[in-house]
Design a protein around this ligand. Structure first.
Ligand code: NI
Length: 248
């Protein structure tokens, strides 16, 4: 069930039988020579909606802009500051908590979101911990990257070996190719160069990785790979969602 496609009465009825929600969270940032700017948001949203269809879970609207300051030297990239993202996550979650949602299962598509998301969860917990009156709702939040499961990892290694890399990966590009076949891009790219060190700010990332890839060969992506990765990610995230909502 997508929250955006429900009426308020349908949400109220859902809350009569469940208090968990899935929140897809992505980013809007460059993804190398053939990757779509929306890759991380597109992948997280599609996997989240797939889990919603599989399990009957409510799925909130995608947070399509994340913490991507390091990509800003490439046109089209948009970022939230870490502090803005923490505030955004907090307002999103507390809005839904006001209605009775208590368990929040984030499906994440972007590595740069991990640290601010974790900090946002600490803010949510701190709000309850610091409130001696007990009026702040006590919440449970987890985050899972769609690409972190064992089955997705195995497929990625089979398809791409050591050319998966860490950004603009062929696996995420393949997933968008499966989802948006009319927007498959072709681009020439030289063999990827080894990563020398961790980037810092946007200009540093562009200097280290001039075409936006980080250790990856996204030219290896195919829509058929994308379908297999999508199905595996939905299976794995569905299992993780089920155990999350059942845990005591
Ligand atoms: Ni990405």
């Amino acid at each position: 069930m997508q929250l955006s496609l429900c009426t308020w009465a349908e949400v109220e009825a859902y809350l009569g039988r469940a208090d968990g929600i899935i929140v897809p969270i992505g980013s809007t940032e460059q993804h190398g020579p053939n990757g779509l700017i929306g890759t991380d948001a597109i992948c997280a949203e599609a996997v989240a909606n797939g889990v919603g269809e599989e399990t009957g879970a409510m799925v909130g609207p995608v947070m399509s802009i994340g913490m991507a300051q390091h990509h800003l030297a490439f046109p089209g990239s948009i970022t939230l500051r870490p502090s803005t993202m923490i505030a955004f996550v907090s307002d999103y979650v507390f809005s839904l908590a006001r209605h009775g949602f208590r368990r929040f299962f984030f499906i994440n598509g972007h590595g740069g979101n991990i640290a601010p998301l974790s900090a946002a969860f600490s803010e949510l917990y701190a709000a309850a911990s610091l409130d001696a009156s007990g009026s702040v709702p006590r919440l449970r939040c987890v985050s899972r990257n769609w690409f972190d499961g064992a089955e997705v990892g195995k497929l990625s290694r089979e398809f791409y070996g050591d050319r998966l890399g860490s950004h603009a990966t062929p696996s995420e590009v393949a997933l968008t190719q499966f989802l948006h076949p009319a927007h498959i891009k072709k681009a020439e790219m030289p063999p990827v160069t080894p990563t020398r060190r961790r980037f810092t700010d946007a200009l540093d990332l562009r200097a280290l990785h001039p075409d936006g890839r980080i250790g990856s060969e996204p030219s290896l992506a195919t829509p058929e790979h994308g379908r297999a990765l999508y199905e595996a990610a939905v299976r794995e995230c569905s299992a993780a969602w089920r155990s999350f909502v059942q845990e005591a």
